[in-house]
Design a protein around this ligand. Structure first.
Ligand code: GDP
Ligand code: IMO
Ligand code: MG
Length: 422
């Protein structure tokens, strides 16, 4: 029995979904503990592609329980659509899904606020996914949010929704943001609530019981370390704690029962949305985009791409305590003669090995690169670490050492079979 937290070591989209799907084979349950449907986790089963947003990526494996924990913000309409989409693709969704009664609800007015805030920010926009995630977590912190336990009690839901809309109108009247239509909203959410009711439960107690029965749990991080609201590149972050500690808060599972923390990182760096990306390299981005790679799984936006940044992954190691590392998308670098890795930054003439807190300073950090010779060979069919080209092994060992932790998995393609255990 081992419980593992899996966390993105960069700015999200590290390939967490693929790694979770592979690891699910050897656990009993997969747990989401933060974020919402801003996440997009891609999993291939054969040549069938699935993109999971709210439902844990373990859902594609038979007999595994998938849990949406208290720290997740749930858009009930989007969740019902996701369930229906999976069922129409032949995936069973029934007793294998549990949703926390404490999870906060995302409403359409959260999405409108998300969009409106982005629109007035002009140059300073965050580039959010416009799923209403920030405003929903804002309601939670302001103690005016509604939770799934409210949705399931018709009278309570009616009263709390009326009160929330009334408060919304109080602050936003005349702002140009459309006032929520109570009747329409109430009907749509009650109907989604009826669909979700069989799944809603006290998931903290459920996880506690599973642990006592000897089950192994896998905590599926959403987003990545540098999108964390505390440790990320604020304000260009999401609104939840995406780092390993968030998995415990967002599920009610105690930290002293966690066995491993696995960091997932790409062999290069990507970022979608705004905010500094010190190692950004547009030539590398063009090459990856021409290969049809690095387009957002949630919004379809082209991801910005750059060289592997060991300053951020080392910082991620310090924050999350990774004892295991998975490196994905190694095949993306197969055709390069030379590969660069940022080993430090230069800021105002000084060499630093950390991220400054203030975003303007971070945006002035210039990477100090170490160059590696590319292996110039197709790795996508390689089945063992030993068989990887020697220059590729050197590169993987170097970025593992720069990050800290033990390399346990290497991914050389999007499918389950393209995974190497080290
Ligand atoms: P997540 O949000 O961390 O789950 O990652 P995304 O699914 O948003 O983005 C990762 C992308 O990389 C997806 O399109 C995956 O199918 C793909 N992927 C993951 N690992 C590999 C890999 O090793 N090689 C290739 N070619 N694609 C990969
Ligand atoms: P997964 O789980 C990559 C980014 C957005 C934006 C910022 C804030 O697939 O790795 P938000 O809508 O959360 O308020 O947007 O965070 N972002 C992600 N980037 N992967 C994600 O999730 C992301 N979820 C949010 O692009 O820059
Ligand atoms: Mg993603």
């Amino acid at each position: 029995m081992a419980h593992t937290i899996l966390t993105g070591a960069q700015w999200g989209d590290e390939g967490k979904g693929k790694i979770i799907d592979v690891l699910t084979d050897s656990v009993n349950a997969v747990v989401r503990s933060q974020g919402g449907n801003n996440a997009g986790h891609t999993v291939f089963v054969g040549n069938k592609k699935f993109v999971l947003h709210l439902i844990p990526s373990g859902i594609l494996r038979k007999g595994k329980l998938c849990v949406i924990g208290n720290g997740v913000v749930v858009d009930p309409i989007a969740l019902v659509e996701e369930i229906d989409g999976l069922v129409s693709q032949g995936v069973k969704v029934g007793r294998n899904l549990a949703i926390s009664d404490r999870a906060h609800i995302v409403f359409p007015f959260h999405r409108l606020l998300d969009e409106a805030r982005e629109a007035v920010r002009a140059d300073g926009k965050i580039g959010t996914t416009k799923r209403g995630i920030g405003p929903a977590y804002g309601d939670k912190a302001a103690r005016i949010g509604l939770r799934l336990c409210d949705l399931l009690q018709p009278k309570v839901f009616q009263e709390r929704l009326e009160a929330r809309i009334s408060e919304f109108n109080h602050w936003h009247k005349g702002s140009g943001i459309e006032s929520p239509d109570f009747n329409k909203l109430h009907a749509a959410y009650r109907s989604a609530g009826d669909r979700l009711a069989p799944f809603v439960t006290n998931t903290t107690m459920l996880l506690h019981k599973l642990h006592n029965k000897g089950a192994s749990l896998l905590f599926e991080g959403a987003q990545g370390t540098f999108l964390d609201v505390d440790h990320g590149t604020y304000p260009f972050v999401t609104s939840s704690n995406t780092t390993a500690g968030g998995a415990c808060t967002g599920s009610g599972f105690p930290p002293n029962l966690i066995t491993h923390v696995m960091g997932v990182m790409k062999a290069y760096t990507t970022r979608v949305g705004e905010g500094p990306l010190p190692t950004q390299d547009d030539k590398l981005a063009s090459m990856l985009h021409e290969m049809g790679r690095e387009f957002g799984a949630t919004t379809g936006r082209a991801r910005r791409c750059g060289w592997f940044d060991a300053v951020i992954t080392r910082t991620a190691q310090i924050i999350n305590g990774f004892d295991q590392l998975a490196i994905t998308n190694v095949d993306g670098l197969d055709g390069l003669e030379e590969i660069q890795v940022a080993v430090a930054y230069k800021l105002e003439g000084r060499k630093i090995e950390y991220l400054p807190a203030e975003i303007e300073q971070f945006s002035h950090c210039q990477p100090v690169y170490k160059k590696f010779k590319g292996w110039m060979r197709d790795t996508s069919q390689v089945k063992s670490f030993r068989q990887l080209p020697p220059l590729c092994k050197d590169y993987l060992k170097a970025i593992t050492e720069l990050t800290g932790g033990k390399l346990t998995m290497v991914s050389v393609g999007a499918s389950r079979e393209q995974t190497i255990f080290c």
